[in-house]
Design a protein around this ligand. Sequence first.
Ligand code: SF4
Length: 216
Amino acid sequence: MSVAENHPIFSVKVNEAGCLLLPADIAARYGLLPGATVYLDVEANSLRLRRSTAQLSRLYVEPTNFCNLNCTMCIRNAWQEAAGWMSKDVFSQVVEGVRHLPSPPSVCFSGFGEPLSHPAITEMISQIKPFCQQVELITNGTLLNEENSRQLLEAGLDVAVANCRWKTGKIASVTRFQPVAAACGRKGLSSALEDVGNDVRSAAANVLRHADVSLG
Ligand code: SF4
């Protein structure tokens, strides 16, 4: 295997029958199991093999539909549902389902509420992490602090995404701030946050602090 720009490159053999012999762990990770249907992107000098069409690659979990904010444009204003929080039992069933999948998916905690409003979000992440490719979280950023940033990272959170329309209707989108911080450093993330405006300044500070914790 060699590594180019964070994309691992493997060399694989073609056997006498013209079959591509993939490493077993790679085949399992992308659902390339016997009988699977896959698509090839044919390019001028390369073939790109996609994951199996039957593989569950991403699972969205909505831990709660409660949010600590009340943005005027939020879809939550258009319904009358009572706020609810996913129970431990229901989440354990989700983990059991994921555990028995033939290949591990990415799991994203998001939905129409703020996932960090759920009191057990850290436990949920650590519980499902061993059975996932990666664990992601979409947050409005306002509830992030140094303590829960550490706990979330220790629980195994791989990617946090701050992406929200705020009270003024401005879009503050700071996607995947851990990888941005890792790739560009805190300064790069700081400049990415410059445009978000004063209304989200405190959340932007939370995002920066989380990045600091993730950078160690
Ligand atoms: S932060 Fe997001 S989910 Fe919460 S009220 Fe605002 S738009 Fe809705």
